[in-house]
Design a protein around this ligand. Structure first.
Ligand code: GDP
Ligand code: MG
Length: 175
């Protein structure tokens, strides 16, 4: 969709989670269908967009990337302001990144809107042989917290579309 004038809604979505879990690559897979194995950490806050159709409405997803701030636990409240959805990523091969998910949920509850829709994403499923987080652990956490749960691979693209579409459809149904 190239004509901005026909956009019905703009949805702000934030991507959060520990450094190196694949936030930037999941985002570039979704918005540009690209992947870069040796991506350097991003500098400066930025967002990418993708325009898509949900139930005949043209929706522009404006998806924000923490851009390296996660290292210093310095994601500011401005980052969360106005966000209707959040993609909370961990790396299925890094137990720490899953153990920190609860802290990220706290961050969201503290800084984001109460009604924010949250998807928990276990990324890098292409590295199944190095898995350190059983799916069941994440399913249980997601159920307890009322989050959607997906396992994705930015490398293969597995489930990336499904995860974003589910989140955006859910936002559409609640706003
Ligand atoms: P960020 O710090 O959370 O933004 O993480 P990046 O997107 O920069 O990714 C960190 C590293 O993990 C990079 O070397 C990526 O190429 C790699 N990576 C990201 N997603 C995947 C994935 O799904 N599978 C594999 N095997 N590597 C990934
Ligand atoms: Mg990044």
């Amino acid at each position: 969709v190239g004509d901005e004038s026909i956009i019905d809604y703009v949805y702000k979505v934030v991507v959060i989670g520990d450094s190196a879990v694949g936030k930037t690559q999941v985002l570039s897979r979704f918005t540009r269908n690209e992947f870069c194995l040796d991506s350097k950490s991003t500098i400066g806050v930025e967002f990418q967009t993708r325009t898509l159709t949900i139930q005949s409405k043209v929706i522009k997803a404006q998806i924000w990337d923490t851009a390296g701030q996660e290292r210093y636990r310095a994601v500011t409240s401005a980052y969360y302001r106005g966000a209707l959805g959040a993609m909370l990523l961990y790396d299925i091969t890094k137990r720490d990144s899953f153990d920190h998910v609860a802290r990220w949920v706290e961050e969201l509850r503290a800084h984001a809107d109460n009604s924010i829709v949250i998807a928990l994403i276990g990324n890098k499923v292409d590295l199944e042989d190095k898995r350190a987080v059983p799916s069941e652990d994440a399913v249980e956490f997601a159920e307890n917290q009322g989050l959607y749960f997906f396992e994705t691979s930015a490398l293969t693209g597995d489930n990336v579309e499904a995860a974003f579409f589910k989140l955006l459809e859910e936002i559409y149904s609640v706003v």
